[in-house]
Ligand binder design. Structure first.
Ligand code: THU
Length: 160
């Protein structure tokens, strides 16, 4: 028997003012997108903003459905749109903000497992890390310089 340890790394920022201006602007776009989320079932609104290497910013939010599993998270709504509109562009950064309308979400909200898998596909496709910032409605912001910190042991195409 052998043990394998995988180390991952995150940066924690106390407040938005601590972020580089370009990132806080991206987070502001995610915040706007969050307010357009369609989440009548969970009342949990999520916004995503993606910066591409061609300068475009793509935003998305969660879209729910009466048939619950038919809904889609903000991250995948945004990243699939980016992939469909700009298939050759590289994704440089993602800003994510999430919170309930019932209470204030003050801790960082990381992307769900399915979204991590979706983001992984694009990071591998473009062969360059995606810089991900995520937060609750307020409070600290966490940064993962690559999706690999959030999903270190990836199911990827080489396995197929
Ligand atoms: N949600 C996201 O949009 N992204 C995530 O990474 C986690 C969850 C959405 C899905 C659903 O509409 C609501 O948040 C509650 O799970």
């Amino acid at each position: 028997m052998e043990k394998i340890q995988i180390e991952t790394e995150f940066e924690v920022y106390k407040e938005l003012a601590e972020l580089p201006e370009t990132v806080s602007k991206l987070m502001a776009q995610a915040t706007k997108a969050r307010l357009r989320a369609y989440a009548p079932y969970s009342n949990f609104l999520v916004g995503a903003a993606i910066l591409l290497d061609n300068g475009e910013i793509i935003t998305g939010n969660n879209q729910e459905n009466a048939s619950y599993p038919s809904g889609l998270c903000a991250e995948r709504t945004a990243i699939y749109y980016a992939g469909s509109q700009y298939p050759k562009a590289k994704i440089l950064q993602m800003a994510l903000i999430a919170g309930s309308t019932k209470s204030k979400t003050t801790t960082p909200v990381p992307p769900c497992g399915a979204c991590r898998q979706a983001i992984a596909e694009y990071e591998i496709k473009q062969d360059a890390p995606i810089d991900i910032y995520f937060m609750g409605e307020t409070g600290t912001i966490m940064r993962s310089k690559s999706l690999r910190n959030l999903l270190p042991f990836i199911f990827e195409k080489e396995i197929l």
